[in-house]
Design a binder for this molecule. Structure first.
Ligand code: GH3
Ligand code: MG
Ligand code: MG
Ligand code: MG
Length: 309
């Protein structure tokens, strides 16, 4: 094992990432002593995860979404190149930065690593100060990319998430529901008679109404894992992990009440602006959105301003 002197304490991410949390690092190496050496460098200011084989590392990437992986190349079973290829092929994992840490320093090895999608390449034995500097560069880039991604996932009109973000989270939560057998719920909400609202008050007033409805819906969500997105036009979707049908119906009813309580005058209806909602839930995610959409149609057909499932 190489001798490590702890480098001076330079912060690892300038100004922190968009989420403000400590960077999360995954160290993968089949030799525990190599893991220890890197652990000592990063434990003071990172959340450090560790794996001694590729399969376990892949599992940790799925479950914990590290910002960066320090990856050994030669390992029994799935080697570093294979793991890197798996990460870069998965739309949910390809944003994780990969730095190879390896004793092989032939240019061909390096090229192969970079071709596999690695961001950088460090040769063993490593100099801790250099490793920190390289990791810092990649973490800063990752934080910038995360911020841009966050902005790309927000609906410009209402400030809630957009359809693209919903679709991505839906895939991730579907997998999680399958794995944990915890139910996943979907709620679709659609503003009632909104065409009339626009026709009577104009499109700008309609936009303002959508912003206020979105804020009211968002206020109904309680858990940090709950997601609200604008699904399209005057339609919103909620994704509620670990929520069964009864729980989701409760959330939907709260949403119906909350929007009605805004008491926004609707010139094309007798009362205020209302929404109709369709709810579905299950551990089998496939078909959940379609089922919520069917339920929403039932709510409309039954007279609007209500929840169906
Ligand atoms: P229903 O109760 O059956 O849902 O009737 P509706 O009028 O709400 O449904 P319809 O789908 O016929 O009309 C939806 C309207 O929503 C039409 C469209 O002009 C309006 N809309 C969609 N997106 C926006 C938007 O971004 N801003 C505004 N102001 N209006 C929008
Ligand atoms: Mg090895
Ligand atoms: Mg609609
Ligand atoms: Mg509508």
């Amino acid at each position: 094992m190489m001798q490590i002197s702890l480098p001076e304490h330079t912060p690892l991410v300038r100004g922190h990432g968009p989420s403000g949390r400590r960077p999360r690092l995954l160290i993968v190496d089949d030799q525990p002593v190599n893991i220890q050496a890197l652990h000592r460098v990063f434990a003071p200011d990172c959340q450090v995860l560790m794996a001694t084989d590729g399969a376990r590392a892949l599992q940790l990437c799925r479950e914990r979404q590290p910002d960066l992986v320090l990856l050994d190349v030669q390992m029994p079973g799935m080697d570093g190149h294979q793991l890197c290829a798996e990460l870069k092929a998965d739309p949910l994992l390809r944003g994780i930065a990969v730095i190879f840490v390896t004793a092989q320093d032939h240019p061909d090895d390096e090229t192969r690593g970079l071709d596999a999608g690695a961001a950088d390449f460090i040769t063993k034995p490593f100099n801790p100060t250099v490793v920190r500097a390289r990791v810092r560069t990649q973490l800063t880039l990752k934080a910038q990319a995360d911020l841009l991604r966050e902005l790309a996932f927000v609906d410009g009109l209402t400030g809630v998430h957009n359809r693209r973000h919903f679709d991505e989270r839906f895939i991730a939560e579907s997998r999680r529901a399958q794995r944990t057998r915890a139910p996943l719920a979907v709620v679709l909400a659609d503003v009632d008679r909104f065409k009339r609202y626009n026709d009577a008050l104009g499109h700008l007033a309609g936009d303002d109404c959508l912003r206020r409805v979105a804020a009211a819906l968002r206020a109904c969500l309680r858990r940090p894992t709950d997601l609200l997105a604008r699904y399209g036009g005057e339609e919103f979707v909620c994704l509620l992990p670990d929520t069964d049908l009864a729980g989701a119906i409760g959330v939907a009813q709260l949403m119906e009440d909350t929007v009605r309580a805004l008491a926004l005058p609707h010139p094309g209806m007798d009362g205020p602006v209302t929404i109709s909602l369709g709810v579905s839930a299950g551990v089998q995610a496939e078909g959940l959105v379609e089922a919520a959409d069917k339920a929403l149609y039932l709510a409309k057909a039954a007279g609007r301003a209500r929840v169906s499932w």
